[in-house]
Design a protein. Structure first.
Length: 119
């Protein structure tokens, strides 16, 4: 009997977050918590990534078999890379803000020079 469903997970299906390797990276409760995080600041994301990195490190050290250790090692690498990328993004954001401010001040100075306004 043919069905109208497409193969694979259906839209809105969050089983991948409940089962399998994804559970080591983003727990269902964390996924819900992250919905309220600010888009402007990476402070919340960085804090969450640091907590997840620490948890992954503890789990890696307490893992009993090689396969489990490798799995947690992969999670550690993932969260460490996430932390590094967030730090880089924060630095770049600050640099862009300084460049915008400098450009704005330069534009004001140029306008003042055209109007012969003393500084």
């Amino acid at each position: 009997m043919p069905t109208n469903r497409k193969p694979g997970g259906q839209k809105g299906n969050k089983n991948a977050l409940k089962h399998g390797i994804y559970t080591q990276f983003i727990a269902m409760a964390d996924d819900t918590d992250m919905l309220g995080m600010s888009d402007e600041s990476t402070k919340d994301e960085l804090a969450q990534a640091r907590v997840n990195f620490k948890t992954a490190m503890q789990e890696r050290f307490s893992a009993s078999d090689t396969k489990e250790k490798l799995s947690w090692d992969f999670a550690c690498h993932y969260w460490l890379e996430t932390i590094i990328n967030l730090k880089i993004r924060t630095i770049e954001h600050k640099q862009v803000a300084v460049e915008v401010w400098d450009t704005f001040i330069d534009a004001i100075r140029a306008a003042n020079d055209k109007q012969v306004i003393k500084r």
